[in-house]
Design a binder for this molecule. Structure first.
Ligand code: ZN
Length: 815
């Protein structure tokens, strides 16, 4: 390849984003750069492989590069910030975060940001985006100052905003919040894994402050909390955020600190009553202020008002304040008349008028309940759907249907926010919170609408009631559109608790009149309209199909939308496919050459049988895995002779033209490969001119397995040696290209006896725009009179062809 001044500069600084990292390898003071791990990478304490590993980064993860360093071995290492950890990783494993391949892309505002007409701060603002807001990124642009800006669609307006104010991770929902410990004997540890020592044991109901959030290398989510001055880590599933109360309202909480009850949800409102320490109060509503402070509306019987959530704690006992008129719903509770004649009254009082009488054994449905002045409980009842009036608690019994099968059965709690109630009613007092995966013993089941209840005994020995959905295998739905509100109640009149992300997976608890009561993956409960959800994930790999096309076996997945996909090669003949999809179907039948196809919940893991390898192609609508038997026989290879016609390429001091050397070597290589049983296509077989885009078009529109571009290098009279280039930042087949480059370089140098300049990443068009495993070989320096003389000999070119053929043979013989 002919070297211009620009390409020499590029070779010094091939992939680094222009402004953020200085070309001379010195640490840069500019803003950090977002990069993406091209391979699984290791984060170390220092910038060589001998330093201790502090974290591992999976391929496809986005990281923040904050510095760059060239170590004594000449390797470039990046200082990286990832999940709150700072360390060093090899620069080769990362490329600039390019979201362009998968626009539109959902991102989240890390801070309040302005939307502008153009991609610099001098443009006028056309809107503002609040912190935490999810937006659609439709384009990306690097302005003259080297800043990356995103083109964003938000609230119906399109504009530009600084990329560094956005993250592809949703903002933390937990840091800064107060949480309640959800079970007894919860270990608070020194670090975020079960191997760290316990610094404190917390009990059910302890209120903690969340300082940080962290997902450890086992994928376990932890929060760092503070309790009475002690700091440590607890598993996220073991805490309960009071803000998530809404769907459980009304509920009873205990007052931990005497406090005025105010007319509104702020200290500026006047006090209407006082609550005292130890008092149990009924919480009927919640309100989050602009300052993210949570206030609870309490019903004290004679008066209602607001108190800060800070003065309340979850009741750990069933405490029902006396004299409280309870008009909340106990809907669905079946009742049976237990006396020969029961009076049904107009109101919950023995003084109220009798509206009708019912015979013993009549089955009723309770709509709500209330207590009278003496503390006796009354039920508002209906018969065959018709509301009758009120019955006294002494004239009815609760009908519990107890299927024998479920009695005494051990069940695991499948939800995050399960509560044990004193009665089979969401308005009953909460006895205990039970963490996910804890076991309960089911005593009996009662049928009710809209869901059944189970009576259970918890691990701590408490008996109470839980909705049956807390112990059922969850069924999931996926949010169709970003921004769909999760509401407090089953109607669009209710306040939105949060905006859901597109394709967010929700566990369905129960259905009510076209609305679903759901729990999000981080335990928030609320309501969504059933029509705004889908039972299939939107970004998925579906319908895996095995077929034979042009004598090759393929396993092909359909993509439900055009999302990003990448892959990495793992030991043990394993191919790991990751990307911005949330689900992948696995084939139901055996696929020849493949041992297993697994969906791990975050990646598609394919294990090949020994003796098999693959070529993977990624299209906008599908992913095609070509399953290949190892060996060169039958493999389809494109050979690209560099330059041609008026584009002579570099010219040596003796007048040798690069375009002639490349064409002759390509023709020799074609013979070599065909003799070994490979199928070969040449981009040019005569002295014609081809645009670079025509060369990659030939590759990308083909069903071939590899692309080899042949060049001769040119720089100075003293430059020498052989180099093989590949691209990982743009080429989907970066991992395979790197493998191919390393192997071909090894065999080329062995055959040619030239100086080994190594295999290197580069941004050459024919590799960058190629979708096949693709390399570019620089055989030797035509600018060096000695190497020019070698390139001119047929023997040298024949050796080059043999070296490349041997490289391809080894490449196709391994996984
Ligand atoms: Zn060239």
């Amino acid at each position: 390849m002919k070297k211009t001044l620009l390409s020499v500069l590029l070779a010094t600084c091939p992939l680094w984003p222009s402004a953020a990292l200085a070309a001379d390898g010195s640490p840069s003071s500019s803003s950090p750069t977002l990069m993406v791990a091209e391979h699984n990478a290791l984060l170390r304490r220092g910038a060589t492989d001998s330093y201790q590993i502090v974290e591992s980064i999976s391929a496809g993860q986005q990281v923040k590069v904050i510095d760059k360093f060239q170590n004594a071995a000449g390797e470039t290492w990046y200082r990286i910030e990832y999940k709150g950890i700072t360390g060093w990783a090899r620069a080769d494993d990362f490329s600039e975060a390019h979201v362009s391949s998968a626009f539109p892309n959902v991102m989240f505002a890390k801070q309040d940001s302005l939307l502008r007409r153009g991609a610099t701060d001098s443009y006028r603002s056309v809107g503002s985006i609040p912190a935490g807001q999810q937006v659609k990124v439709i384009d990306e642009f690097q302005n003259a100052y080297g800043e990356t800006w995103y083109r964003i669609e938000y609230g119906g307006v399109t504009g530009w905003t600084r990329a560094d104010s956005f993250s592809n991770q949703p903002p933390s929902m937990l840091v800064g919040k107060r949480a309640v410990i959800a079970a007894n004997d919860i270990a608070m540890r020194k670090g975020a894994s079960p191997y760290y020592p316990v610094v404190k044991t917390l009990s059910n109901g302890d209120v903690v402050s969340i300082i940080a959030e962290f997902t450890n290398s086992l994928g376990e989510q932890y929060v760092r909390v503070e309790w009475a001055g002690v700091k440590g880590w607890v598993k996220t599933e073991q805490i309960y955020i009071p803000k998530q109360l809404p769907t459980l309202l009304p509920t009873f909480m205990n007052v931990v600190q005497s406090s005025p009850v105010r007319r509104g949800a702020s200290v500026h409102y006047r006090a209407v009553a006082t609550v005292s320490r130890g008092q149990s109060v009924k919480v009927i509503d919640l309100f989050v202020t602009n300052g993210q402070e949570l206030w609870c509306r309490v019903d004290l019987g004679h008066v209602r008002g607001w108190v800060s959530e800070k003065v309340l704690t979850m009741s750990s006992t069933m405490s029902v304040p006396s004299g409280v008129s309870d008009t909340s719903s106990v809907s669905g509770q079946p009742l049976t008349v237990s006396v020969s004649v029961a009076n049904v009254r107009q109101a919950p009082s023995l003084k109220a008028k009798v509206v009708t009488q019912l015979k013993k054994g009549t089955k009723l449905n309770s709509l709500s309940s209330a207590k009278d002045a003496s503390g006796a409980l009354w039920y508002k009842v209906s018969l065959n759907g018709k509301t009758l009036g009120w019955v006294h608690e002494t004239v009815v019994t609760k009908s519990y249907l107890s299927p024998p099968a479920s009695q005494g059965m051990q069940k695991q709690v499948t939800t995050t926010n399960a509560a044990l109630f004193a009665e089979p009613s969401l308005s009953a007092a909460v006895i205990e919170r039970i963490a996910k995966n804890r076991t309960v013993t089911v005593l009996k089941t009662t049928e009710a609408s809209p869901f059944d209840w189970v009576q259970v005994t918890s691990a701590s020995g408490k008996t109470g009631w839980m909705p049956v959905f807390e112990v059922k295998a969850p069924s999931y739905v996926y949010v169709k559109q970003a921004g769909t509100p999760l509401r407090r109640g089953a109607s669009s009149n209710y306040q939105s608790l949060k905006a859901l992300a597109a394709n967010e997976r929700l566990a369905v608890l129960y259905e009510y009149h076209g609305w679903l009561n759901v729990e999000t993956s981080n335990g928030v409960r609320g309501w969504v309209e059933e029509s705004s959800t889908s039972t299939v994930a939107l970004n998925s790999l579906v319908e895996p199909t095995f077929s034979t096309i042009n004598d090759n076996a393929y396993l092909t997945w359909k993509k439900t939308s055009n999302f990003r996909v990448s892959y990495s090669l793992l030991p043990g003949n394993r191919l790991k496919i990751t990307g911005s999809f949330s689900y992948a179907e696995v084939p139901s039948t055996d696929i020849p050459g493949i041992q297993t196809v697994e969906w791990t919940g975050s990646s598609l893991l394919i294990t090949f049988e020994p003796g098999y390898t693959f070529t993977l192609r990624h299209y906008s609508d599908r992913l095609a895995l070509k399953i290949l038997e190892t060996g060169l026989k039958g493999k389809k290879i494109i050979i690209d002779a560099g330059h041609g016609a008026h584009d002579t390429g570099a010219i040596g001091p003796g007048g040798t033209r690069e375009k002639d050397i490349t064409l002759d070597t390509a023709l020799l290589l074609k013979e070599e490969l065909e003799r070994a049983g490979a199928i070969v296509k040449l981009t040019r077989s005569t002295d014609i001119f081809l645009e670079l885009s025509e060369r990659t078009w030939i590759a990308n529109s083909s069903d071939y397995d590899a692309f080899i571009s042949i060049h001769a290098d040119s720089y100075s009279r003293t430059s020498r040696g052989t180099t093989t280039y590949y691209n990982v930042s743009s080429n989907f087949n970066g991992p395979k290209s790197e493998q191919l480059a390393a192997i071909v370089q090894k065999h080329l140098v062995q055959q040619l006896g030239t100086y080994d300049r190594g295999h290197k990443t580069q941004n050459f068009y024919v590799n960058r725009k190629n979708e096949l495993p693709s390399i570019l070989v620089e055989l030797a320096f035509i600018s060096n009179p000695n190497e020019e003389a070698q390139l001119k000999t047929k023997a040298f070119r024949q050796k080059a062809a043999v070296g490349i053929r041997e490289g391809l043979e080894e490449y196709f013989s391994q996984f």
